[in-house]
Design a protein around this ligand. Structure first.
Ligand code: IMP
Length: 409
């Protein structure tokens, strides 16, 4: 039984917490996309772990994790992250593996990434982690894979400075290198978790292009990015927040605007701690966008939704969600493919009664306030997809399970 976990919005939906939660019962966790642009926060009691490259399953003792083929890996960032984990008391040696087919982010790529974005008339707002440059090199067939580090021919063609930089990591990287496809073929893990990064709307093909990242964060990227066949995957979970956020530039139809929404953006940002884990940038905040969520559900074949940050609405007496877009006076519930249409789209909002009470200690779905259950039921009905997990706080135990995740969907 293998499950893919993806972000169903613009990233930062709480995938880290959900992968950590599900990892308890997984034999192997493989991250399939992105690089150190991602930021996954996991809270255990009063300890907060911030992961960028390492799969979120690492916090369970003994679990093996793989940085998959679809990832782009900055060796410096990797070992910095491993050192921080070690300092936080998480042993990792013998548990963290890296696909030899994954591509390497060189220091010059990070600089280039920032330079290119600065020169754009309409910058994307990259995290500056060299992601776009590395994926472009890969597509151009000029990239450098981890396995190439042990190929003297390839290394001899490299610039002196890059070769020296990489040589500093060879001894530490060698025991971590794995042919992930062969590993899975030989070890036949009975429960594998495929962890995505970013979200559907930042996917290179399905997202709000060109305001996207350069990897495949959609569910379809999981098979390639882990090096397995698509039919090996039995279930796809899409994680989304009770509202929406976006970091960086690009269209965001439900973004809060002061004239209409007053201080809501500020309020949600502070209650939800909506600041980027990687860059510290304040996240743009907005209403839950059901048009976009329905698009994410269909285009990814999401079997079950995971609703996070529901507790952020605890103090509100009412809340809204977007149920259609109005574009030049015409209403639609289809997510537009054109940038100008997305930029002109006005959200058609539906108001919901708030529950106006704390839900952070609720452990069973039946004990949620009726107003919260109504909000959930509406989302399920609109998207045609069941909400299988509800998260009401950042800790592992603030998770309401509505369906056994490791069973066929
Ligand atoms: P890049 O992948 O760093 O080039 O960034 C491209 C766009 O994706 C920018 O708008 C970033 O803010 C956004 N982005 C990249 N990674 C994440 C993430 O993990 N969460 C949210 N936004 C992200």
């Amino acid at each position: 039984m293998n499950i893919t976990v993806i972000g169903a919005q613009w990233g930062d939906e709480g995938k880290g917490k959900i992968v950590d939660y599900l990892a308890k019962d997984a034999d192997l966790i493989v991250r399939f996309s992105g690089g150190a642009n991602a930021g996954h926060t996991i809270v255990h009691g009063n300890v907060t772990y911030k992961l960028h490259l390492i799969p979120s399953g690492i916090l369970y003792p003994g679990k093996k994790v793989i940085l998959g083929t679809g990832m782009v890996i900055d060796p410096e960032a990797l070992f910095t992250e491993l050192k921080t984990l070690e300092e936080q008391g998480v042993p990792w040696e013998g548990r963290v593996f890296v696909s030899g087919r994954a591509h390497i982010v060189l220091p010059s790529y990070k600089k280039k990434d920032i330079e290119i974005d600065k020169k754009r008339k309409r910058p994307i707002g990259t995290t500056g982690r060299g992601i776009g440059v590395t994926y472009s090199k890969k597509s151009m067939r000029d990239g450098l894979r981890l396995v190439d580090l042990f190929n003297p021919d390839k290394m001899s063609l490299m610039e002196e400075a890059d070769r020296k930089f990489l040589e500093g990591f060879l001894v530490r990287l060698k025991p971590m290198l794995v042919d992930v496809t062969a590993y899975i073929q030989h070890n036949r893990p009975s429960r594998m978790l495929l962890e995505g990064a970013q979200g559907v709307l930042l996917d290179l093909d399905l997202g709000t292009y060109p305001y996207v990242s350069s990897g495949y964060s959609a569910a379809a990227g999981a098979a390639l990015g882990a090096g397995i066949g698509p039919r090996t995957i039995d279930g796809i979970l899409g994680v989304f927040k009770a509202y929406s956020t976006r970091v960086g530039n690009g269209p965001f139809p439900t973004e809060f605007i002061q004239e209409r929404d007053g201080k809501l953006e500020h309020l949600i940002r502070e209650i939800g701690h909506e600041y980027g884990v990687t860059t510290g940038r304040p996240r743009r905040c907005g209403y839950l966008d059901l048009v976009a969520l329905k698009y994410a559900c269909f285009s990814n074949g999401i079997d079950g939704l995971v609703l996070t940050h529901l507790d952020v609405y605890d103090t509100m007496t009412s809340l809204n969600a977007c149920v259609a877009y109005s574009i030049d006076g015409e209403e639609t519930t289809d997510f537009p493919m054109g940038l100008p249409e997305l930029e002109r789209a006005q959200p058609v909002l539906k108001e919901f009664v708030g529950w106006h009470e704390p839900i952070t200690q609720v452990a069973h779905f039946d004990n949620l306030p009726q107003a919260a259950k109504d909000y959930i039921a509406f989302i399920e009905d609109y998207t045609g997809t069941k909400i299988t997990i509800v998260s009401v706080g950042s800790d592992r135990n603030q998770t309401i399970l509505r369906r056994e995740p490791w069973t066929k969907y």
